[in-house]
Design a protein. Structure first.
Length: 384
């Protein structure tokens, strides 16, 4: 079987283990940025001074979210192919909300039932309730957890790609969709307009489009037009990454982030190179079963690493050395994330899959039986 053919199989619903690995790398990168650069209030002092040996590489972890967006562009386009709007919406709800609801509950309990103050969102019960919708930013309510901002970006991407779900995804329609989005993102780059940011997302569009282009390579082969789309999106992505890292300086509170511009550029280029390797099938031999587990814990790890840091690091920082405190915290959060996957995410996903199988395996009555039982048609039609 050729490389292109094997990727086509993946395009029809298979799981790419190499993407599970990249997801996990992205989550660890974000965790490293927060633990070793950003979470000053958790450590009680500047984390970069506690971990100087890894300050630069940890600073680059801010771009882990951008890698998530690239992977999302790839995976979501793969998942909508031949799928209706209802099935797509259900798959996203099942994928995002179970662990997210647990995360909101854990965060509310953390600040409501303990003396924790670091990174406190200062929400009342109504604010946490609004957070359960994942639409809190639409209503002007603060995120209960700082990482939730990226989920709001994801939701808007789902809304945009629903256009392809409605009209049907084809190579031509995808190219038009990606071209128009890239043009709009480039034209409005740097805009502070609320509606532009809400609908076009100039800072993040390039990553989603890049991921989509690489998925199309797995389906149709590495065509020149797709390389052109990926290249244009890479240029916009580099510019957006430099802008975001620079803008993060003031938010984190450093006079200068410990990350040079060349490292930002190199990181974004590396993201595109890795996704190209996935698209070309060159990472297809990564079939270690543990990669599926890593992919499974990635989303909970992303959601819960903040709460874990707030709860564990202040309790250990005056007793254990910084490195050991960090290791214990990471291990504890990883184990908890796996439990969330097994006890919250997996059961819901299995339940939905089982219902879907039962529906598709129900025998279709013969025309003679339908004619013999005229009322059965009306009863069936009333079932959503």
């Amino acid at each position: 079987m050729t490389g292109t053919g094997s990727r086509g199989a993946a395009g029809n619903g298979g799981r790419l283990a190499e993407l599970d690995l990249l997801r996990f790398v992205a989550a660890v990168a974000v965790l490293a940025f927060h633990y070793f650069i950003a979470f000053r209030s958790v450590w009680g002092e500047t984390p970069a001074e506690l971990f100087p040996a890894i300050s630069t590489i940890s600073g680059l972890g801010i771009l882990g979210v951008e890698l998530f967006f690239m992977i999302s562009g790839f995976v979501i386009l793969m998942s909508i192919w031949g799928r209706g709007l209802g099935a797509f919406a259900l798959s996203r709800v099942v994928r995002l909300y179970p662990a997210y609801w647990v995360s909101v509950g854990v965060t509310a309990a953390l600040y409501g039932l303990t003396s924790a103050t670091a990174l406190d969102p200062r929400l009342d019960s109504g604010g946490y309730a609004v957070n359960l919708t994942m639409l809190q930013r639409l209503f002007g309510v603060h995120d209960a957890n700082g990482v939730y901002w990226s989920l709001w970006v994801e939701l808007r991407f789902y809304l945009l790609i629903s256009i392809l779900v409605i009209f049907g995804a084809t190579l031509g329609r995808c190219l038009v969709f990606m071209g128009v989005w890239l043009l709009a993102a480039g034209f409005f780059a740097g805009s502070d307009d609320y509606w532009v940011e809400l609908l076009i997302m100039p800072r993040y569009a390039a990553y989603f489009v890049g991921g989509m282009a690489f998925y199309l390579m797995t389906r149709y082969g590495p065509r020149l037009v797709l390389w052109c789309v990926a290249g244009i999106s890479a240029g916009l992505a580099v510019n957006a990454a430099l802008d975001r890292v620079a803008g993060r300086v003031e938010l984190v509170g450093y006079a200068a982030m410990p990350v040079p511009d060349w490292a930002v550029v190199a990181t974004v280029v590396a993201f595109y190179a890795l996704m190209a390797l996935v698209a070309l099938g060159w990472l297809g031999r990564l079939r270690w079963r543990g990669l599926v587990v890593l992919g499974a814990v990635t989303y909970p790890l992303y959601l819960f690493h903040t709460a874990g840091a707030v709860l564990i690091i202040p309790a250990l920082r005056d007793t254990l050395p910084p490195w050991l405190t960090a290791v214990v915290t990471v291990l504890a959060v990883t184990v908890f994330s796996y439990l969330v996957y097994r006890l919250a995410e997996r059961p819901v996903q299995d339940f939905v899959k089982a219902r879907r199988r039962r529906r598709t395996s129900e025998p279709v009555p013969s025309p003679e039986r339908i004619l013999a039982t005229p009322h059965s048609l009306g009863e069936k039609a009333s079932v959503p």
